[in-house]
Design a protein. Structure first.
Lengths: 111, 113
């Protein structure tokens, strides 16, 4: 069963703009991860943020986590056409370490 | 390392036939996961192994599905008999542990007609 819910379901932006995707979840977590999936490919791990962290950066990626609101956001700055993909949040549950994936956000970056 | 390798990439079979999907995890990864992805249900965990031992198969939809891991470098997911509703993309993933990032294979797109 899915734990995280991404918002929006789909996002279309111009190259160079920033893209923000949100993830909400329901139960206590150990950590939260973001993955990218290009069409016809497997998921690729992007970044992990632990429950005691509030913000993390990796290149053009910035992830925030608000455990009081049970939500996270992924910001991709200066987007490129190659960033076009689906982005999934995954939560590792605190009670049993199960990893649950959300339904994903489909990002389209127009050149 | 070539990453997680799955075969075949595409499989088209007739209803009632047996289907076997294969996976080679990353060497040194102790955990192996099988997921199914559909538009309707998203990514579902079917089963996972730790050190070749099945730990949780509660996600396996029914007895038609079975998975094995005879050694640390090979796993299979078998569907017998296959049904049209089994059509999906099946992913294998491996990891050092359950809490850090998983490495996914490219998936097998299964179509049952």
């Amino acid at each position: 069963s899915q734990q995280g819910e991404e918002d929006p379901q789909a996002l279309s932006i111009q190259e160079g703009e920033n893209a923000t995707m949100n993830c909400s979840y329901k139960t206590s977590i150990n950590n939260l991860q973001w993955y990218r999936q290009n069409s016809g490919r497997g998921l690729v791990h992007l970044i992990l943020i632990r429950s005691n962290e509030r913000e993390k950066h990796s290149g053009r990626l910035r992830v925030t986590l608000d455990t009081s609101k049970k939500s996270s956001s992924l910001l991709i700055t200066a987007s490129r056409a190659a960033d076009t993909a689906s982005y999934f949040c995954a939560t590792v549950l605190y009670n049993n370490n199960d990893m649950r994936f959300g339904a994903g956000t489909r990002l389209t970056v127009k050149p | 390392d070539a990453g997680v390798i799955q075969s075949p990439r595409h499989e088209v079979t007739e209803m009632g036939q047996e289907v076997t999907l294969r996976c080679k995890p990353i060497s040194g990864h102790d955990y192996l996961f099988w997921y199914r992805q559909t538009m309707m249900r998203g990514l579902e965990l079917l089963i996972y192994f730790n050190n070749n031992v099945p730990i949780d198969d509660s996600g396996m939809p029914e007895d038609r599905f079975s998975a094995k891991m005879p050694n640390a470098s090979f796993s299979t997911l078998k569907i017998q008999p296959s049904e049209p509703r089994d059509s999906a993309v099946y992913f294998c993933a491996s990891s050092f542990n359950r809490v850090n990032g998983y490495t996914f294979g490219s998936g097998t797109r299964l179509t049952v007609v």
